[in-house]
Design a protein around this ligand. Structure first.
Ligand SMILES: Cc1ncc(COP(=O)(O)O)c(C=O)c1O
Length: 392
């Protein structure tokens, strides 16, 4: 193999995807409750996305941001209307979207508050990406080891520790950055009271509230953006994963007051917001704006959680079942790698979130019957817990 061994990969090779199903090279069918780590939110090869991208493929692929790109402006306008934001910067991934957010916050700090050594507060167990700045912001040592020296200007504090936050506020703090449901950190939804208190506190002190919606955004939690579920208004938020349903695209959105901070030459991306990526994003937004789409996600999320509680809540080794919308985790009291392997053998694709949480990110178009099918497999596999502990 000529690839860097950066990933420990599953033992199957998918070659075709259709809705909630993946098919491997041998023709075996899998129920895909990972969605490419929360990306194919509309399922594999969604007809509306495929058609729109196919049409764009025949017309224009790429011109760069040296030119106005009509479809980019349309998607930006739609995203702003849906989120009450003032401006969008398009890039290609979640890490890049967060980098853009950090840069925007620093520049705002320097221009609007004359801050020379800006600090951005982040939380333990968070995940914000793998670039140097985003891994520094990430509250997990496993992504940092070996990559020092780290960029300055990030302070990581315990998850949801508001008292600690209050103690560190120097006048140099420009932003607080958080995921409303920590994804990689173990599917941990923030408490509503913490989030609302934090939002009010940031506003009072003229500190930017930055929400990383790379995993929680695009319908995953039952609202288009998770901050809508928490009824807060961030100053900046970031998107990627589900925005293109598999077409690589990221976005950083900010309030109108921050728009002039990123003037000409301040930031850029060759590919960011190119017509192909925008065609996919436009189709995704059209589909998610259909009446009842998000309502159904909420219903399916509640149904899935409830079914898991009933089927698996009392099983040996299960510590907690939690989630929001169709972002669901089962925390076990032992490593879950062998469980995930067995789920795969039984035809269900899941992923881990940290060492001890099984994470489910089914496509938002999943049916109740497919949820039943998944719960049945999970129940069976968790029933064999003793075997897992022995081989783990
Ligand atoms: C919350 C969050 N932020 C940022 C990222 C990084 O995104 P990407 O891998 O597209 O750079 C991820 C990826 O899992 C994520 O879950």
């Amino acid at each position: 193999m000529s690839l860097f061994p950066t990933y420990s990969r599953y033992e199957i090779t998918p070659v075709k995807g259709e809705g909630a199903y993946l098919y491997d090279v041998n023709g075996k069918r899998y129920l895909d409750f990972a969605s490419g780590i929360g990306v194919t939110n509309l399922g594999h090869c969604h007809p509306r996305v495929t058609q729109k991208v196919e049409k764009q493929l025949q017309n224009l692929w790429h011109v760069s941001n040296l030119f106005p790109i009509q479809i980019q402006e349309e998607v930006a306008k739609q995203l702003c209307e849906l989120s009450q934001m003032g401006a969008v910067f398009f890039c290609n991934s979640g890490a890049e979207a967060n980098e853009a957010a950090f840069k925007l916050a620093r520049k705002w700090g320097s221009e609007a508050r004359l801050i020379k050594e800006p600090k951005i507060i982040t939380f333990e167990s968070s995940f914000h990406g793998r670039t140097l700045a985003t891994l520094t912001a990430t509250g997990q040592n496993k992504v940092k080891t070996g990559f020092a020296p780290y960029p300055e200007g990030f302070i990581t504090i315990p998850f949801q520790d508001f008292e600690r936050l209050k103690r560190i506020t120097g006048s140099q703090v420009v932003a607080v950055c958080l995921e409303l449901v920590q994804g990689e950190g173990g599917v941990r939804p923030c408490d509503r009271s913490f989030v609302q208190e934090l939002a009010a506190w940031c506003k009072e002190r003229n500190i930017l509230l930055m929400i990383d919606e790379v995993q929680t955004g695009m319908g995953r939690t039952g609202e288009l953006f998770a901050f809508q579920a928490y009824e807060i208004e961030p100053d900046i938020f970031t998107l990627a994963k589900g925005l293109g349903n598999g077409m690589p695209v990221g976005a950083m959105l900010a309030k109108e007051k921050l728009k002039p901070i990123f003037g000409p030459g301040s930031h850029g991306s060759t590919f960011g917001g190119n017509p192909l990526a925008m065609a996919a994003a436009q189709a995704v937004l059209e589909e998610m704006s259909q009446p009842l789409f998000l309502q159904k996600v909420k219903e399916k999320g509640q149904y899935f959680l409830q079914a898991l509680h009933e089927a698996c809540g009392q099983k040996d080794g299960v510590k907690e079942i939690r989630g929001l919308g169709l972002m669901v985790g089962i925390e076990m009291d032992h490593p879950v790698a062998p469980v995930i392997k067995e789920l795969l053998e039984q035809g269900l694709i899941a992923i881990s979130a940290g060492e001890k949480v099984i994470r489910f990110l089914p496509p938002l178009v999943v049916t109740m019957e497919q949820i039943d099918e998944a719960v049945e497999i999970i129940q069976q596999v968790l029933g064999k817990k003793k075997q897992h502990v022995l081989i783990s």
